[in-house]
Design a protein. Sequence first.
Length: 282
Amino acid sequence: MDLHFLHKNLETNLKVALHREKEFLKLWHYHPEYELVYISRGRGTIYAGDYIGPYQPGNVFLIGAHLPHMFESSPASLNPGDEEISEAYVVHFGDPFIRSFSENNVEFGYIPSLVKHAVTGLLFPDPGKKAFKIFQKTLKGGIQESTLHFMRILYHLQHKEKVHLATPAWIDQFNSSDRKLNKILQYIMLHFHEELSLADIASYAGMNKTAFCRYFKAKTGKSFVSFLNDIRVGFACKSLLDAHNSLTISDVCYASGFNSLSYFHRIFKRSKGVSPSEYREG
């Protein structure tokens, strides 16, 4: 491998940062770079495609290129003590970085192999304390040292348990070049907790209800109501299993955007095959 070329390539394609703030920026977005995130402090909810789940200190996420995602910090009341601060180590890298190793399968084949699975987004729930120490080192020294530590992180992660996030069906349906659809999905993800009617979303999209329903079904394979209910049920599942809250079933219902407890029970059971209380009990 031409190390001079690799250094130049990585210098323009590997970006390392420490995000430390009261709350992570609540922004549903995507970008052409891959994103590796280590959560060092704080708890909350991650949205990746059609996946909704909790994040907590020690989790590592590998977000694929063009995969819409968002990290939503939990309210400070649910993060007592020093976890009122949200902190994450974030590394962005692009296709040129991956291609740098594609011809060196023996030494570095683990890099494109791991990244290939990131199209759906990956969660490494328990990468171990060693991962944190390596992430810390990526912020120190020059680009060459940061690159070596980053490669060590990827090597370390390939042996760890991983969970796929977004469903393949959602990935196949999503078109990152459709700006109108992206704008609509972003609006839904930011407002599904609220009362969100078909008339509201159609108006936001600049269409009448009939035209919007036809457009949305063609683009997503689901009706707007089904899509919205799936997102809300996903959020409810995360809330029901969150050991750091004491929400009742009724609380979860309304926090997820449903305005009727009986309707919530019916939709939840249709989706998951069990009632919310049975789901919580395991």
